[in-house]
Write a protein that binds this ligand. Structure first.
Ligand SMILES: Cc1cc2nc3c(=O)[nH]c(=O)nc-3n(C[C@H](O)[C@H](O)[C@H](O)COP(=O)(O)OP(=O)(O)OC[C@H]3O[C@@H](n4cnc5c(N)ncnc54)[C@H](O)[C@@H]3O)c2cc1C
Length: 395
């Protein structure tokens, strides 16, 4: 595989660099940067607005919807250049990276007209209301109910882990609309106005001390049928589009690890001369990081050929989680007793690292995928796929 930019990719990179040099903000921050999260959120909104104003708001969306019509390779180049300036990994990723592509693939023309432009210009922010206390890895087990009432659906249930729901004007919601059929077949996909009466958003404080996630309680929440995406009871296929886009976004996350800064930290804290064990671990982290970049390139090259990667993205997700854990443990070792002090950049990164083993599919579930699709081991027992949802045993 040739990793050099082709002439057209080099031209695109030059265009991206010129734009970023002229426009990228110097103050940005992230989930884990330890900065005031309200301030970080406002900066991310402002940056998305600036990007959209100049036609860089959604690289891979078709031009007809305000995107740039580019492919996954250009997206990678754009991510690399944004990350180089510390302005990647937007808090608005759910909207741009997941809701937009889902609306483009499955929305009606009226829905696309109504929602895509305000989303692109960060005038309306979106969150994802999929996971529930009893439905995460096995998302199709979700129990939130939506019952038809005239032109509306009435929704009752609880969602959890909803990143950024406290900032969101809208959410993508999946709910059970027919419990009498097997679990994947009775789900419907909705767009939810977060200002609707009956919605309660409760922040969940995680061990970083921040509250990125929320529980969202839905009590007799009315959603008009016009806010349904895809067919009644046919929301699982729409969900797959959202989840595929989420998985694709995970690949670029290795850029979150600032290896040069980690190396500098290890050297500085060891008085210029890290011991054999630290040198060994630093080399291992570097090797893992490079392998992950190559895996990412493989996934992207498949996508570029129109092939959907399956096992590769699971291997990539596993490698990412392992890398982030190792790298941040090394930083803690290097800091020594200082690691106990808060706030601090590496301390925050360390406390957030376990999330990489969970978000976008847990490490255990990725191992199952690899066991089945790479090693050819038998599938997990899945008899519950055939039974009607309301006959499934429950704890
Ligand atoms: C940073 C972050 C952001 C997130 N943002 C959102 C969001 O915005 N919206 C949203 O809807 N969700 C979000 N999630 C939720 C995420 O999708 C779920 O956490 C994930 O799907 C796992 O589900 P769970 O937490 O319910 O764990 P469970 O599925 O309950 O799993 C519990 C444990 O059992 C293991 N396990 C489960 N099934 C198997 C199996 N078949 N074989 C072996 N082991 C298994 C798991 O690996 C895990 O260790 C977010 C999560 C994180 C960490």
């Amino acid at each position: 595989m040739d990793f050099q930019d082709s002439p057209s990719e080099a031209a695109f990179r030059a265009e991206a660099v010129a734009f970023l040099d002229a426009h990228a903000p110097t103050e940005f921050g992230s989930y884990t940067s330890g900065d005031d999260q309200e301030l970080v959120f406002r900066r991310h909104v402002a940056w998305q607005q600036e990007l959209a104003r100049h036609g860089w708001g959604a690289l891979t969306w078709p031009e007809a919807f305000g995107g740039r019509g580019k492919g996954p390779i250009e997206q990678i180049i754009w991510n690399e250049e944004q990350n180089r300036r510390g302005v990647g990994h937007s808090m608005l990723q759910v909207g741009i990276g997941m809701v937009g592509p889902t609306l483009i693939a499955h929305g009606t023309e009226a829905q696309q007209q109504r929602y895509l432009s305000p989303l692109l210009h960060a005038e309306e922010v979106w969150c994802q209301l999929f996971s529930e206390p009893g439905a995460g890895s096995d998302l199709a087990s979700l129990a939130t109910r939506a019952v038809r009432d005239d032109d509306d659906w009435v929704v009752n249930g609880q969602k959890t882990w909803c990143s950024g729901a406290q900032h969101a004007e809208f959410g993508i919601l999946i709910a059970r609309t027919d419990p009498s059929v097997p679990k994947h077949q009775g789900i419907t996909y909705f767009l939810l106005d977060m200002g609707t009466p009956g919605i309660e958003v409760r922040p969940l404080v995680e061990m970083t001390g921040e509250a990125h996630f929320n529980e969202v309680f839905l009590n007799d929440v009315r959603i008009p049928d016009s806010a349904r995406i895809g067919p009644r009871h046919g929301g699982w296929a729409v969900t797959q589009t959202t989840l595929m886009n989420e998985r694709m976004a995970m690949g670029g996350l290795s850029n979150l690890l600032h290896f040069d800064e980690l190396k500098a930290l290890v050297i500085e804290k060891a008085g210029g001369h890290p011991g054999a064990l630290q040198r060994d671990e630093l080399a291992r982290v570097y090797t893992d990081l490079r392998c992950l970049e190559l895996l990412n390139a493989r996934v992207v090259s498949k996508l570029g050929r129109g092939v959907i990667p399956t096992a590769e993205s699971s291997v990539m997700k596993l490698a990412l989680a392992r890398l982030m854990t190792r790298a941040n443990e090394l930083a803690m070792q290097a800091l020594g007793p200082e690691a106990l002090l808060r706030p601090g950049y590496w301390q925050n990164e360390f406390l957030f690292a376990p999330a990489f083993h969970i978000a976008g599919g847990t490490s255990e579930v990725q191992k199952n995928v690899c066991a089945e699709r790479v090693l050819g081991l038998p599938r997990e027992d899945s008899r519950d796929r055939e039974l009607p949802f309301d006959e499934l045993p429950r704890s």
